[in-house]
Design a protein around this ligand. Structure first.
Ligand code: MG
Length: 396
């Protein structure tokens, strides 16, 4: 089988409300580029990548794919990720690899998980992803502990989540402590809780917050401060496990992360770690070094969400509920619309390949919406309610 063509389309999907984080505001929409790889046997593979409009970057790699076998992933990785310094981007490779794996699994008439070790579970637990949200169109506007608890209660009632992560670094850290304590009081000792300021606190603030929250038994404190060295110094001073998707984010960082004893848990991500197969390698490394393994979210739509579910279902050492922004979306681009969890768990799709199909009506609608609204990545961090503000790290 050989690759004959590639199609790329950028879509814009609406969210319920804008999401605040340490470097600004995520507007109430996600932009993703959807990739289709065509073969001479008529099988089409799906991929997806974030970071705004990625059509140009993907099309630059197209000549390196045409004529290749979708089974030749090591060749494709060498040609698209390892040889062209200015274009080498693990996110783009991950999208291409995903489409090739989708083709391979469809050709074998097997679900993707069967190609990568087979599933250990029929469904995968995800966590509620809490942000301080700006109000827009009558939705969002949660800031106080009471408002955050009320919204989390709604999410738990609707989706059955058994855990929640709070994205912080927006308000004074003692406010975050109050929110976490309110969530712990509301949902009891078995509810999983995590806190993530995206490395935005000084070491002193990080240690202060860690001490204040030790009684709350967080599952982990995620990137409380910047860098391998900063994390190592905080880790010396707290019993809370420290997790990261900011300081150990690729294979080169692993040796330093171990040598410096910077973290306890790695958040895997198919885009950071060179695709689904890279996450499988990371899983083995985590076993070797006794790191915990969790999964990061980067505002995925249904194609990536399906890939995350397939991958998570095969990871024996994934001991935390996965993150996903997915429940913030108002619609998806796949047939059937948004997948729905039961008891906080998303079922592993059972159809061949990723088990999801593009809905052409939705693709048309959200491609048009992208063309109308444009690529917001040039002003991604802009907080329109806080003119002229920009983040300085550490912020607290
Ligand atoms: Mg994070």
């Amino acid at each position: 089988m050989t690759i004959t063509d590639m199609r790329v389309r950028t879509v814009l999907l609406p969210l319920e409300a804008p999401l605040r984080h340490s470097t600004g505001v995520h507007p109430a929409r996600f932009i993703r580029t959807i990739l289709e790889i065509f073969t001479d046997e008529g099988i089409v593979g799906l991929g997806e990548v974030g970071g705004g409009d990625q059509r140009g970057a993907l099309l630059k790699l197209k000549p390196r794919l045409i004529g290749e076998s979708p089974y030749a992933l090591e060749r494709i990785k060498q040609k698209t990720l390892r040889q062209i310094y200015y274009l080498s981007n693990p996110r783009l490779y991950a999208a291409i690899e995903l489409a090739c794996l989708d083709i391979q699994a469809k050709a074998a008439n097997l679900p993707l998980c069967d190609l990568i070790g087979g599933k250990l579970h029929d469904s995968v637990p995800f966590s509620a992803y809490l942000f301080y949200r700006y109000e827009e169109g009558g939705k969002g506007g949660e800031t106080t502990p009471e408002q955050m608890v009320r919204w989390t209660r709604e999410l738990v009632a609707r989706y059955g989540f058994k855990s929640a992560k709070l994205k912080c670094g927006v308000l004074p850290p003692d406010h975050d402590v109050d929110v976490i304590k309110a969530l712990r009081a509301e949902f009891g000792p078995r509810f999983g809780l995590r806190l993530d300021p995206n490395g935005y606190w000084s070491r002193g603030t990080a240690i202060h917050v860690a001490h204040a929250l030790e009684e709350c038994r967080l599952e982990y404190l995620e990137d409380p401060t910047w860098g391998l060295e900063g994390m190592a110094r905080v880790k010396e001073r707290t019993s809370l496990p420290l997790a990261t998707n900011m300081c150990v984010t690729n294979f080169e960082h692993v040796a330093a992360g171990i040598a410096m004893n910077s973290v306890d848990i790695i958040l895997s991500d198919i885009y950071y770690w060179e695709g689904v197969r890279g996450v499988k390698t990371l899983s083995t490394l985590c076993d070797c070094f006794r790191w915990g393994l969790s999964m990061h979210s980067g505002s995925e739509l249904g194609v990536t969400m399906a890939a995350m579910i397939h991958t998570c279902a095969t990871l024996p050492n994934l001991s935390y509920d996965a993150d996903a922004h997915y429940h913030h979306l108002l619609d998806d681009i796949i047939e059937g619309g948004l997948m729905q969890p039961e008891e906080g768990r998303y079922k592993v799709p059972t159809g061949p390949g990723l088990g999801v199909t593009l809905d052409e009506d939705r693709m048309g609608r959200y491609t048009e919406l992208f063309e109308k609204e444009g690529d917001y990545y040039a002003r991604f961090h802009e907080d329109t309610r806080n003119a002229d503000w920009f983040p300085i790290n550490p912020g607290w």
